[in-house]
Unconditional design. Structure first.
Length: 467
């Protein structure tokens, strides 16, 4: 699956530990801490970090409200990129009687980057919550140079160059499953990815099967799959390992390693992770937690499942470049970027930021704003020496996907693609790059399709302007 990012709300996956009476702690849920790391910030700006504390169940059951509820406080521990020692900053209540806390790190403290963690305290229950858990910490990178890009309001969308596969809704061999309606969201195929031979694998979750489409689109094969029918995803490594995400209602999400016949080889449970994206390389599989933007490790490079806290140790913000991306980057980026080790993304409704981080410092940074709200970043990957970015922009009346192609630090192509999302799919499962084309999972009342847009044919940018 493509790598992207979802715009977060003010909550996150909890990392917590309880102190005090063990028996009481075992009988109730402990307090939980929530935080959304900003990841990137312009030089000269203070970093404002916000946290929320969700009370333990005893606070709820005993009817505590207002200032009696949680009574949170906390301390932020931060060190600059030039220091080995953490310095304490007090977390201040955002508003009286609420569980929100914040701290401000002055710009003069940062010096390139800041590593930090927080300890939150619920003074009613006695719970102490460390965010993130264990010995990990978050990082914010500072940058002083960027490529600014502003997107205007789309005036239309481009048509696909071709359709790889299409079908009506149904359960027949040439159809794709659709469920829902009657006031509920429609649910269709979750996601797709490409095998090393160029064939596409489509996760038809409603029909509990994989649909294999040949590279030329002329032949199909159906593979039965043991899948709950809940939201899923698929990622196939460059060496052919195939991973399926299954997160049905009422069960812990898991990733299954399956063979070419759809049989499970191994599974990795994702307790404590809200999965919104998969990326496989070799036997290794990482999972994007859509709330915290952390990358959790589900399978090691030897395809061994990873479980428990080991999935989040260490916490990783930003994605390590794949070997294919490292090889590709030499075609379109300056020599200084050849050793780029990480692609870091930060998205809010007003600003999308992307950076290549080398030796713990951002070397190339892209800042994207829009006349409309920015939704999820569907894709951010390097192919053929180009950084390809797909993000959704929206207003109260419409939405669309903006496709941006950067060669080095220059915007070279830009097109608008219709959202075509009648049926729900995996959150970040709509786009893939294969060869010289961008593929989109599309749906309408009539049926399902995968559209193909040839990247060299993208018209030069018209609405994207550099400033």
């Amino acid at each position: 699956m493509a790598f992207g990012l979802v715009v977060g709300i003010a909550f996150a996956v909890p990392f917590s530990m309880a102190t005090g009476d063990v028996d009481n702690a075992a009988q109730r849920e402990t307090a939980q801490g929530y935080h959304k790391p900003p990841a990137l910030i312009e030089a000269g700006r203070d970093v404002v970090l916000t946290y929320d504390l969700v009370c333990g169940w005893d606070d709820v059951l005993e009817g505590r409200t207002g200032t009696e509820w949680c009574q949170p406080s906390g301390t932020l521990f931060a060190k600059s990129g030039l220091s080995q020692d953490f310095q304490a900053f007090q977390l201040i209540a955002q508003r009286a009687g609420t569980p929100g806390l914040e701290a401000r790190i002055p710009a003069s403290f940062i010096k390139g980057s800041v590593d930090y963690y927080a300890e939150l305290v619920d003074h009613v229950s006695g719970d102490i919550v460390r965010v993130p858990s264990g010995s990990s910490f978050h990082t914010v990178w500072e940058y002083d140079d960027s490529l600014p890009l502003h997107l205007g309001v789309p005036t239309g969308s481009v048509d696909p160059d071709s359709i790889l596969v299409s079908g009506v809704w149904g359960s027949d061999s040439d159809s794709f499953g659709l469920a829902g309606g009657g006031g509920a969201d429609w649910i269709g195929p979750s996601a797709f990815d490409f095998r090393p031979d160029g064939s596409a694998m489509i996760l038809d979750r409603v029909n509990s099967r994989l649909v294999v489409v040949s590279a030329d689109g002329f032949s199909r094969e159906l593979i039965s799959l043991d899948h709950s029918g809940g939201e899923g995803d698929i990622s196939i490594s460059s060496t052919g390992e195939m991973y399926i995400l299954d997160q049905g209602a009422g069960r812990t999400a898991q990733v299954d390693l399956v063979d070419s016949s759809g049989m499970k080889i191994a599974s990795s449970s994702l307790a404590g992770v809200v999965p919104e994206g998969l990326m496989a390389e070799g036997g290794r599989l990482i999972v994007l937690d859509g709330i915290t933007n952390f990358w959790a490790k589900a399978f090691d490079s030897d395809v061994t499942p990873v479980s428990g806290l080991a999935q989040l140790e260490p916490v990783t913000i930003g994605r390590d470049l794949t070997q294919a991306e490292r090889d590709s980057i030499a075609q379109g980026f300056s020599p200084g970027e050849l050793v780029a080790s990480k692609l870091v993304v930060s998205v809010t409704a007003e600003l999308a930021q992307l950076a290549l981080v080398i030796d713990n410092q951002p070397r190339s940074v892209w800042r994207i704003t829009s006349d409309r709200k920015i939704g999820e970043l569907q894709l951010a990957e390097i192919h053929g020496g180009q950084l390809i970015v797909v993000l959704r922009t929206w207003s109260e009346t419409s939405d669309a996907f903006e496709v941006l192609v950067f060669s080095g630090r220059e915007l070279t192509n830009h097109m608008t693609v219709d959202s075509a999302d009648f049926a729900d799919s995996a959150v970040l499962g709509r786009f893939e790059v294969e060869g010289n084309a961008l593929y989109q999972l599309r749906s309408s009342k009539e049926g399902f399709s995968i559209a193909r847009f040839v990247l060299p044919s993208i018209a030069p940018a018209q609405r994207g302007t550099q400033s």
